[in-house]
Design a protein around this ligand. Structure first.
Ligand code: NAD
Length: 412
Protein backbone atom coordinates (compact mmCIF):
# COMPACT_ATOMS: atom_id res chain seq x y z
CA UNK A 1 0.00 0.00 0.00
CA UNK A 2 1.54 3.38 -0.97
CA UNK A 3 2.21 6.00 1.70
CA UNK A 4 -0.21 8.90 1.73
CA UNK A 5 1.07 12.32 0.71
CA UNK A 6 -0.03 15.53 2.42
CA UNK A 7 -3.08 17.59 1.50
CA UNK A 8 -0.80 20.23 -0.05
CA UNK A 9 1.11 17.66 -2.08
CA UNK A 10 -2.11 16.22 -3.49
CA UNK A 11 -3.35 19.71 -4.35
CA UNK A 12 -0.07 20.43 -6.15
CA UNK A 13 -0.45 17.25 -8.21
CA UNK A 14 -4.05 18.24 -9.00
CA UNK A 15 -2.94 21.68 -10.18
CA UNK A 16 -0.36 20.17 -12.53
CA UNK A 17 -2.62 17.54 -14.14
CA UNK A 18 -3.20 17.43 -17.84
CA UNK A 19 -6.76 16.13 -18.16
CA UNK A 20 -7.52 13.90 -21.15
CA UNK A 21 -10.70 15.07 -22.89
CA UNK A 22 -10.97 13.33 -26.26
CA UNK A 23 -12.16 9.86 -27.17
CA UNK A 24 -9.42 7.25 -27.55
CA UNK A 25 -9.91 5.22 -30.74
CA UNK A 26 -7.39 3.13 -32.63
CA UNK A 27 -4.52 4.30 -30.43
CA UNK A 28 -5.23 8.03 -30.78
CA UNK A 29 -7.10 10.74 -28.97
CA UNK A 30 -9.74 12.24 -31.23
CA UNK A 31 -12.70 14.59 -30.97
CA UNK A 32 -16.17 13.10 -31.30
CA UNK A 33 -17.38 12.95 -34.90
CA UNK A 34 -20.11 15.50 -34.12
CA UNK A 35 -17.61 17.80 -32.39
CA UNK A 36 -19.95 17.88 -29.37
CA UNK A 37 -18.63 17.95 -25.83
CA UNK A 38 -20.05 17.74 -22.31
CA UNK A 39 -18.79 19.22 -19.06
CA UNK A 40 -17.30 17.09 -16.34
CA UNK A 41 -17.60 18.61 -12.87
CA UNK A 42 -15.62 18.24 -9.67
CA UNK A 43 -18.42 17.36 -7.21
CA UNK A 44 -16.37 18.62 -4.26
CA UNK A 45 -16.19 22.17 -5.65
CA UNK A 46 -18.87 22.40 -8.34
CA UNK A 47 -16.19 23.58 -10.79
CA UNK A 48 -16.06 22.41 -14.39
CA UNK A 49 -12.86 20.40 -14.78
CA UNK A 50 -12.94 19.90 -18.53
CA UNK A 51 -15.09 19.49 -21.61
CA UNK A 52 -15.09 15.89 -22.76
CA UNK A 53 -15.84 14.55 -26.25
CA UNK A 54 -19.51 13.53 -26.40
CA UNK A 55 -19.49 10.47 -28.64
CA UNK A 56 -22.54 9.04 -30.39
CA UNK A 57 -23.50 6.14 -32.67
CA UNK A 58 -21.11 7.31 -35.42
CA UNK A 59 -18.16 7.10 -33.04
CA UNK A 60 -19.37 3.68 -31.88
CA UNK A 61 -19.41 2.51 -35.53
CA UNK A 62 -15.90 3.84 -36.04
CA UNK A 63 -14.57 2.25 -32.83
CA UNK A 64 -16.22 -1.10 -33.65
CA UNK A 65 -14.64 -1.05 -37.12
CA UNK A 66 -11.18 -0.39 -35.65
CA UNK A 67 -11.67 -2.94 -32.86
CA UNK A 68 -12.79 -5.57 -35.38
CA UNK A 69 -9.85 -4.81 -37.68
CA UNK A 70 -7.43 -5.20 -34.79
CA UNK A 71 -9.08 -8.45 -33.74
CA UNK A 72 -9.00 -9.90 -37.26
CA UNK A 73 -5.38 -8.85 -37.82
CA UNK A 74 -4.50 -10.99 -34.81
CA UNK A 75 -1.72 -8.73 -33.49
CA UNK A 76 -3.31 -9.16 -30.08
CA UNK A 77 -5.92 -11.90 -30.40
CA UNK A 78 -3.43 -14.42 -31.83
CA UNK A 79 -0.42 -13.28 -29.87
CA UNK A 80 1.24 -15.94 -27.77
CA UNK A 81 -0.41 -15.89 -24.32
CA UNK A 82 2.92 -15.11 -22.65
CA UNK A 83 3.27 -11.99 -24.79
CA UNK A 84 -0.21 -10.75 -23.85
CA UNK A 85 0.77 -11.45 -20.28
CA UNK A 86 3.91 -9.33 -20.62
CA UNK A 87 1.97 -6.38 -22.08
CA UNK A 88 -0.63 -6.49 -19.30
CA UNK A 89 2.08 -6.66 -16.66
CA UNK A 90 3.70 -3.66 -18.30
CA UNK A 91 0.38 -1.81 -18.20
CA UNK A 92 0.06 -2.55 -14.48
CA UNK A 93 3.61 -1.22 -13.95
CA UNK A 94 2.82 1.96 -15.88
CA UNK A 95 -0.24 2.50 -13.71
CA UNK A 96 1.96 1.98 -10.66
CA UNK A 97 4.47 4.50 -11.99
CA UNK A 98 1.64 7.03 -12.44
CA UNK A 99 -0.23 6.05 -9.29
CA UNK A 100 -0.33 9.47 -7.63
CA UNK A 101 -1.41 11.26 -10.79
CA UNK A 102 -4.18 8.71 -11.44
CA UNK A 103 -5.34 8.71 -7.80
CA UNK A 104 -5.65 12.51 -7.81
CA UNK A 105 -7.40 12.53 -11.20
CA UNK A 106 -9.88 9.92 -9.92
CA UNK A 107 -10.52 11.91 -6.75
CA UNK A 108 -11.07 15.21 -8.58
CA UNK A 109 -13.38 13.61 -11.15
CA UNK A 110 -15.47 11.54 -8.72
CA UNK A 111 -15.31 13.24 -5.30
CA UNK A 112 -13.90 10.05 -3.79
CA UNK A 113 -11.52 10.60 -0.86
CA UNK A 114 -7.92 10.61 -1.99
CA UNK A 115 -7.02 8.18 0.80
CA UNK A 116 -9.31 5.57 -0.81
CA UNK A 117 -8.14 6.32 -4.35
CA UNK A 118 -4.48 6.05 -3.33
CA UNK A 119 -4.72 3.07 -0.99
CA UNK A 120 -7.62 1.01 -2.36
CA UNK A 121 -8.79 1.85 -5.89
CA UNK A 122 -5.37 2.20 -7.52
CA UNK A 123 -3.64 -0.74 -5.78
CA UNK A 124 -6.63 -3.00 -6.51
CA UNK A 125 -6.71 -1.85 -10.14
CA UNK A 126 -3.06 -2.84 -10.44
CA UNK A 127 -3.66 -6.18 -8.67
CA UNK A 128 -6.62 -6.98 -10.91
CA UNK A 129 -4.55 -6.43 -14.07
CA UNK A 130 -1.71 -8.50 -12.67
CA UNK A 131 -4.00 -11.34 -11.62
CA UNK A 132 -5.47 -11.67 -15.10
CA UNK A 133 -2.09 -11.21 -16.76
CA UNK A 134 -0.74 -14.11 -14.71
CA UNK A 135 -3.80 -16.23 -15.48
CA UNK A 136 -3.26 -15.99 -19.25
CA UNK A 137 -0.69 -18.78 -19.37
CA UNK A 138 -1.98 -20.79 -16.40
CA UNK A 139 -5.62 -21.51 -17.17
CA UNK A 140 -5.72 -24.70 -19.18
CA UNK A 141 -8.35 -25.86 -21.62
CA UNK A 142 -10.12 -29.21 -21.20
CA UNK A 143 -10.38 -32.61 -22.77
CA UNK A 144 -13.92 -33.94 -22.87
CA UNK A 145 -14.79 -37.62 -22.35
CA UNK A 146 -14.89 -39.43 -25.73
CA UNK A 147 -14.48 -42.88 -27.18
CA UNK A 148 -11.22 -44.37 -28.54
CA UNK A 149 -12.08 -43.14 -32.04
CA UNK A 150 -12.42 -39.45 -31.14
CA UNK A 151 -10.62 -36.65 -29.41
CA UNK A 152 -12.90 -33.98 -27.89
CA UNK A 153 -11.31 -30.81 -26.63
CA UNK A 154 -12.79 -27.69 -25.14
CA UNK A 155 -10.78 -24.63 -26.14
CA UNK A 156 -11.22 -21.15 -24.74
CA UNK A 157 -11.07 -18.52 -27.45
CA UNK A 158 -11.58 -14.77 -27.42
CA UNK A 159 -15.14 -13.92 -28.39
CA UNK A 160 -14.17 -10.93 -30.59
CA UNK A 161 -15.17 -7.35 -29.79
CA UNK A 162 -16.27 -6.77 -26.20
CA UNK A 163 -18.14 -3.69 -24.97
CA UNK A 164 -17.64 -2.59 -21.37
CA UNK A 165 -20.14 -0.13 -19.88
CA UNK A 166 -19.05 1.34 -16.55
CA UNK A 167 -20.59 3.03 -13.50
CA UNK A 168 -19.12 6.06 -11.72
CA UNK A 169 -18.61 4.72 -8.21
CA UNK A 170 -15.30 2.90 -8.83
CA UNK A 171 -14.25 4.27 -12.22
CA UNK A 172 -10.80 2.69 -12.45
CA UNK A 173 -11.51 -0.47 -10.53
CA UNK A 174 -14.61 -1.28 -12.61
CA UNK A 175 -12.55 -0.57 -15.72
CA UNK A 176 -9.92 -3.05 -14.54
CA UNK A 177 -12.49 -5.71 -13.62
CA UNK A 178 -13.75 -5.57 -17.19
CA UNK A 179 -10.75 -4.92 -19.40
CA UNK A 180 -8.32 -7.19 -17.56
CA UNK A 181 -10.10 -10.51 -18.31
CA UNK A 182 -11.29 -9.35 -21.75
CA UNK A 183 -7.82 -8.27 -22.88
CA UNK A 184 -6.09 -11.22 -21.25
CA UNK A 185 -8.27 -13.55 -23.30
CA UNK A 186 -7.30 -11.76 -26.53
CA UNK A 187 -10.41 -9.71 -27.23
CA UNK A 188 -10.54 -6.20 -28.61
CA UNK A 189 -12.42 -3.90 -26.26
CA UNK A 190 -14.56 -0.77 -26.38
CA UNK A 191 -15.12 0.95 -23.03
CA UNK A 192 -17.86 3.43 -22.28
CA UNK A 193 -17.01 5.10 -18.97
CA UNK A 194 -19.81 6.67 -16.91
CA UNK A 195 -20.32 10.24 -18.11
CA UNK A 196 -19.50 11.58 -14.64
CA UNK A 197 -16.06 9.93 -14.59
CA UNK A 198 -14.38 9.54 -17.98
CA UNK A 199 -10.89 10.82 -17.38
CA UNK A 200 -8.94 8.00 -15.76
CA UNK A 201 -10.29 5.53 -18.34
CA UNK A 202 -9.02 7.81 -21.13
CA UNK A 203 -5.61 7.96 -19.49
CA UNK A 204 -5.48 4.14 -19.27
CA UNK A 205 -6.15 3.96 -23.02
CA UNK A 206 -3.03 6.00 -23.58
CA UNK A 207 -0.97 3.92 -21.12
CA UNK A 208 -2.11 0.72 -22.84
CA UNK A 209 -0.42 1.87 -26.06
CA UNK A 210 2.75 2.63 -24.11
CA UNK A 211 2.54 -0.89 -22.65
CA UNK A 212 2.57 -2.39 -26.17
CA UNK A 213 -1.12 -3.25 -26.53
CA UNK A 214 -1.71 -2.63 -30.26
CA UNK A 215 -3.81 0.28 -31.53
CA UNK A 216 -7.49 -0.58 -31.89
CA UNK A 217 -7.43 -3.22 -29.15
CA UNK A 218 -8.50 -0.88 -26.34
CA UNK A 219 -10.80 2.02 -27.25
CA UNK A 220 -12.46 4.44 -24.83
CA UNK A 221 -15.66 6.24 -25.86
CA UNK A 222 -16.92 8.89 -23.43
CA UNK A 223 -20.50 10.10 -23.69
CA UNK A 224 -24.04 9.63 -22.45
CA UNK A 225 -25.78 6.30 -21.93
CA UNK A 226 -28.41 6.60 -24.67
CA UNK A 227 -25.88 8.05 -27.17
CA UNK A 228 -23.01 5.59 -26.62
CA UNK A 229 -24.22 2.75 -24.37
CA UNK A 230 -27.35 1.98 -26.37
CA UNK A 231 -25.64 1.91 -29.81
CA UNK A 232 -23.06 -0.43 -28.26
CA UNK A 233 -25.81 -2.64 -26.83
CA UNK A 234 -27.49 -2.79 -30.24
CA UNK A 235 -24.36 -3.09 -32.39
CA UNK A 236 -24.08 -6.19 -34.57
CA UNK A 237 -20.29 -5.89 -34.55
CA UNK A 238 -20.03 -6.25 -30.76
CA UNK A 239 -20.07 -9.84 -29.52
CA UNK A 240 -20.49 -9.34 -25.78
CA UNK A 241 -21.23 -6.50 -23.38
CA UNK A 242 -20.18 -6.45 -19.76
CA UNK A 243 -22.22 -3.89 -17.84
CA UNK A 244 -22.11 -2.63 -14.27
CA UNK A 245 -24.70 -0.13 -13.14
CA UNK A 246 -28.33 0.18 -12.15
CA UNK A 247 -30.74 -2.73 -12.46
CA UNK A 248 -32.98 -0.56 -14.65
CA UNK A 249 -30.27 0.00 -17.28
CA UNK A 250 -29.05 -3.60 -16.93
CA UNK A 251 -32.51 -4.73 -18.09
CA UNK A 252 -32.19 -2.46 -21.14
CA UNK A 253 -29.00 -4.21 -22.20
CA UNK A 254 -30.83 -7.55 -22.26
CA UNK A 255 -33.42 -5.92 -24.52
CA UNK A 256 -30.78 -4.38 -26.80
CA UNK A 257 -29.22 -7.80 -27.19
CA UNK A 258 -32.54 -9.53 -27.83
CA UNK A 259 -33.39 -6.93 -30.49
CA UNK A 260 -30.00 -7.13 -32.25
CA UNK A 261 -27.47 -9.98 -32.49
CA UNK A 262 -28.12 -11.88 -29.22
CA UNK A 263 -24.73 -10.78 -27.97
CA UNK A 264 -23.71 -12.16 -24.60
CA UNK A 265 -24.64 -9.79 -21.78
CA UNK A 266 -22.91 -9.90 -18.40
CA UNK A 267 -24.63 -7.78 -15.73
CA UNK A 268 -23.67 -6.53 -12.30
CA UNK A 269 -26.57 -4.47 -11.02
CA UNK A 270 -27.81 -2.78 -7.86
CA UNK A 271 -28.08 -4.14 -4.33
CA UNK A 272 -29.79 -3.65 -0.97
CA UNK A 273 -27.71 -5.38 1.65
CA UNK A 274 -28.31 -6.01 5.34
CA UNK A 275 -26.05 -6.91 8.22
CA UNK A 276 -27.94 -9.27 10.53
CA UNK A 277 -26.81 -9.19 14.16
CA UNK A 278 -28.23 -11.83 16.51
CA UNK A 279 -28.41 -11.69 20.29
CA UNK A 280 -25.41 -14.01 20.77
CA UNK A 281 -23.00 -11.77 18.83
CA UNK A 282 -20.05 -11.58 21.17
CA UNK A 283 -17.94 -8.64 20.03
CA UNK A 284 -20.27 -5.74 19.43
CA UNK A 285 -17.38 -3.25 19.13
CA UNK A 286 -16.10 -5.15 16.12
CA UNK A 287 -19.63 -5.64 14.73
CA UNK A 288 -20.31 -1.90 14.99
CA UNK A 289 -17.01 -0.99 13.39
CA UNK A 290 -17.59 -3.28 10.39
CA UNK A 291 -21.25 -2.34 9.96
CA UNK A 292 -20.39 1.36 9.92
CA UNK A 293 -17.51 0.89 7.49
CA UNK A 294 -19.67 -1.20 5.16
CA UNK A 295 -22.46 1.39 5.26
CA UNK A 296 -20.39 4.54 4.83
CA UNK A 297 -17.37 3.57 2.75
CA UNK A 298 -17.29 5.45 -0.60
CA UNK A 299 -20.10 7.64 0.78
CA UNK A 300 -22.35 4.56 0.66
CA UNK A 301 -22.12 4.58 -3.14
CA UNK A 302 -21.59 0.83 -3.31
CA UNK A 303 -23.76 -1.93 -4.68
CA UNK A 304 -22.63 -3.85 -1.58
CA UNK A 305 -23.35 -1.02 0.88
CA UNK A 306 -24.69 -2.23 4.20
CA UNK A 307 -27.74 0.01 4.15
CA UNK A 308 -29.78 -2.00 6.69
CA UNK A 309 -28.71 -3.10 10.15
CA UNK A 310 -31.13 -5.83 11.25
CA UNK A 311 -30.59 -6.39 14.96
CA UNK A 312 -32.09 -8.57 17.69
CA UNK A 313 -34.12 -6.56 20.22
CA UNK A 314 -32.03 -7.75 23.20
CA UNK A 315 -28.90 -5.99 21.98
CA UNK A 316 -30.35 -3.07 20.02
CA UNK A 317 -29.57 -0.34 22.56
CA UNK A 318 -26.00 -1.48 23.15
CA UNK A 319 -25.31 -1.83 19.43
CA UNK A 320 -26.91 1.51 18.59
CA UNK A 321 -24.61 3.27 21.05
CA UNK A 322 -21.53 1.55 19.65
CA UNK A 323 -22.56 2.37 16.07
CA UNK A 324 -22.90 6.05 17.03
CA UNK A 325 -19.41 5.98 18.55
CA UNK A 326 -17.90 4.41 15.43
CA UNK A 327 -19.67 6.84 13.11
CA UNK A 328 -17.91 9.70 14.86
CA UNK A 329 -14.60 8.40 13.42
CA UNK A 330 -15.76 9.07 9.84
CA UNK A 331 -14.99 12.63 8.75
CA UNK A 332 -16.54 14.18 5.68
CA UNK A 333 -14.81 16.96 3.78
CA UNK A 334 -12.40 17.96 1.01
CA UNK A 335 -11.61 14.67 -0.78
CA UNK A 336 -8.04 15.86 -1.42
CA UNK A 337 -7.37 15.98 2.32
CA UNK A 338 -6.09 12.53 3.30
CA UNK A 339 -7.50 12.99 6.82
CA UNK A 340 -11.05 12.73 5.44
CA UNK A 341 -12.60 9.29 5.11
CA UNK A 342 -15.62 10.59 3.20
CA UNK A 343 -15.75 12.94 0.24
CA UNK A 344 -18.39 14.37 -2.07
CA UNK A 345 -21.48 12.79 -3.58
CA UNK A 346 -20.97 12.18 -7.29
CA UNK A 347 -23.60 14.51 -8.81
CA UNK A 348 -26.43 16.93 -8.09
CA UNK A 349 -28.89 14.25 -9.20
CA UNK A 350 -27.52 11.68 -6.75
CA UNK A 351 -27.30 14.29 -3.98
CA UNK A 352 -30.96 15.26 -4.43
CA UNK A 353 -31.93 11.59 -4.50
CA UNK A 354 -30.15 10.84 -1.21
CA UNK A 355 -31.62 13.89 0.54
CA UNK A 356 -35.02 12.75 -0.79
CA UNK A 357 -34.55 9.35 0.86
CA UNK A 358 -33.57 11.02 4.15
CA UNK A 359 -36.71 13.15 3.97
CA UNK A 360 -38.85 10.10 3.20
CA UNK A 361 -37.51 8.35 6.31
CA UNK A 362 -38.37 11.38 8.45
CA UNK A 363 -41.85 11.62 6.88
CA UNK A 364 -42.52 7.90 7.32
CA UNK A 365 -41.72 8.02 11.04
CA UNK A 366 -38.15 6.70 11.35
CA UNK A 367 -36.13 8.06 14.27
CA UNK A 368 -33.16 10.17 13.17
CA UNK A 369 -30.17 9.26 15.36
CA UNK A 370 -27.24 10.90 13.55
CA UNK A 371 -26.74 13.27 10.64
CA UNK A 372 -29.62 13.78 8.26
CA UNK A 373 -28.45 17.01 6.63
CA UNK A 374 -26.46 18.38 3.74
CA UNK A 375 -23.07 19.86 4.67
CA UNK A 376 -22.64 23.32 3.18
CA UNK A 377 -19.10 23.67 1.78
CA UNK A 378 -19.07 26.10 -1.15
CA UNK A 379 -20.71 24.48 -4.15
CA UNK A 380 -19.61 20.98 -3.10
CA UNK A 381 -22.06 18.10 -2.71
CA UNK A 382 -21.59 16.75 0.82
CA UNK A 383 -24.05 14.88 3.06
CA UNK A 384 -23.64 13.96 6.72
CA UNK A 385 -23.28 10.27 7.55
CA UNK A 386 -26.82 9.45 8.61
CA UNK A 387 -28.32 6.80 10.88
CA UNK A 388 -31.99 6.06 11.41
CA UNK A 389 -33.47 3.74 14.04
CA UNK A 390 -37.04 2.49 14.33
CA UNK A 391 -37.09 1.63 10.63
CA UNK A 392 -39.74 -0.86 9.52
CA UNK A 393 -39.70 -3.06 6.47
CA UNK A 394 -42.47 -0.98 4.86
CA UNK A 395 -40.44 2.24 4.85
CA UNK A 396 -38.87 3.39 1.60
CA UNK A 397 -35.31 3.45 2.99
CA UNK A 398 -35.69 -0.21 3.99
CA UNK A 399 -36.64 -1.22 0.45
CA UNK A 400 -34.83 0.91 -2.10
CA UNK A 401 -31.15 1.25 -2.92
CA UNK A 402 -30.08 4.64 -1.53
CA UNK A 403 -26.48 4.76 -2.77
CA UNK A 404 -25.58 7.31 -0.12
CA UNK A 405 -24.16 7.52 3.44
CA UNK A 406 -27.42 6.50 5.07
CA UNK A 407 -28.23 3.41 7.07
CA UNK A 408 -31.20 2.11 8.87
CA UNK A 409 -31.49 0.07 12.06
CA UNK A 410 -34.38 -2.39 12.05
CA UNK A 411 -35.19 -4.38 15.20
CA UNK A 412 -36.43 -7.98 15.21
P1 NAD B 1 -26.40 3.64 -14.42
O1 NAD B 1 -27.13 2.39 -14.73
O2 NAD B 1 -27.16 4.91 -14.45
O3 NAD B 1 -25.19 3.86 -15.44
C1 NAD B 1 -24.26 2.83 -15.70
C2 NAD B 1 -23.76 3.00 -17.11
O4 NAD B 1 -24.83 2.78 -18.03
C3 NAD B 1 -23.21 4.40 -17.41
O5 NAD B 1 -22.06 4.28 -18.20
C4 NAD B 1 -24.35 5.06 -18.16
O6 NAD B 1 -23.94 6.08 -19.03
C5 NAD B 1 -24.91 3.88 -18.93
N1 NAD B 1 -26.33 4.09 -19.29
C6 NAD B 1 -27.24 4.84 -18.63
N2 NAD B 1 -28.42 4.84 -19.30
C7 NAD B 1 -28.23 4.07 -20.39
C8 NAD B 1 -29.08 3.69 -21.49
N3 NAD B 1 -30.34 4.12 -21.57
N4 NAD B 1 -28.57 2.90 -22.43
C9 NAD B 1 -27.29 2.46 -22.35
N5 NAD B 1 -26.43 2.80 -21.37
C10 NAD B 1 -26.91 3.59 -20.39
O7 NAD B 1 -25.69 3.37 -13.03
P2 NAD B 1 -24.77 4.37 -12.20
O8 NAD B 1 -25.69 5.42 -11.66
O9 NAD B 1 -23.58 4.79 -12.96
O10 NAD B 1 -24.25 3.41 -11.03
C11 NAD B 1 -25.00 3.16 -9.94
C12 NAD B 1 -25.65 1.79 -10.01
O11 NAD B 1 -24.67 0.80 -10.33
C13 NAD B 1 -26.22 1.34 -8.69
O12 NAD B 1 -27.48 0.76 -8.85
C14 NAD B 1 -25.22 0.29 -8.18
O13 NAD B 1 -25.75 -0.64 -7.29
C15 NAD B 1 -24.76 -0.31 -9.45
N6 NAD B 1 -23.42 -0.90 -9.28
C16 NAD B 1 -23.32 -2.24 -9.18
C17 NAD B 1 -22.08 -2.83 -8.99
C18 NAD B 1 -21.94 -4.31 -8.90
O14 NAD B 1 -20.81 -4.78 -8.84
N7 NAD B 1 -23.02 -5.06 -8.89
C19 NAD B 1 -20.95 -2.03 -8.90
C20 NAD B 1 -21.09 -0.66 -9.00
C21 NAD B 1 -22.34 -0.11 -9.19
Amino acid sequence: MPDLLTHEEYQAIGNSLDFPTNAFINGQFQASKSGNTFETINPATGQVIAKIAACNADDVDHAVMKARESFDQGHWSKLHPSERKEALIKLSKLIKRNIQELAVMESIDSGKPIRDCATIDLPETIDCLLWHAEAVDKIYDQTAPAGEDALAVIVREPIGVVGCVLPWNFPLLMLAWKIAPALAAGNSVIVKPAEQTSMTALRIGELAIEAGIPAGVLNILPGMGPEVGEPMGRHHGIDAVSFTGSTEVGRLFLEFSAQSNLKKIILECGGKNPAVVLSDADNLDSVAEHCVAAALWNMGQNCTANSRLIVHKDIKDTLLEKVREKMADWHTGDPMDPDNQLGAIISQEQYDKILGYIQSAKDEGAELIEGGNAIEVGDGLFIEPTLFAGVTSKMTIAKEEIFGPVFAMMVV
